[in-house]
Design a protein around this ligand. Structure first.
Ligand SMILES: [Zn+2]
Length: 101
């Protein structure tokens, strides 16, 4: 069974409304593929839609943390996002089919 993740268009981070966009492919300025990006300037999270559901959840957590804590370095964001994802998974709250969205 494949479940398509709901493509929410907005979410709230620290009391402020953010946009969420789901491009099929996401690349940086050098053309390197990215899973997600957080743009504080326009309060928008970009989540590459072309990734398995479990990675998509991990990416969303990661980018939400960037949105909440703009001064925290990448390594700490990545570590915290991974820990949150694993905890939600252990709690059984992320029963996500491994397939693509
Ligand atoms: Zn990051």
């Amino acid at each position: 069974m494949t479940v398509t993740a709901k493509r929410i268009r907005t979410l709230t981070l620290r009391g402020r409304k953010w946009k969420v966009r789901w491009p099929v492919k996401l690349v940086n300025d050098s053309g390197k593929p990215l899973l997600g990006q957080c743009h504080h300037c326009c309060r928008t999270l970009f989540i590459a839609a072309d990734q398995p559901n479990d990675e998509l959840a991990d990416t969303l957590i990661h980018e939400m943390l960037h949105g909440c804590f703009p001064r925290v370095r990448e390594k700490r964001i990545a570590s915290a996002a991974g820990e949150i994802f694993k905890a939600l998974e252990r709690l059984g709250l992320l029963r996500i089919p491994k397939g693509k969205t």
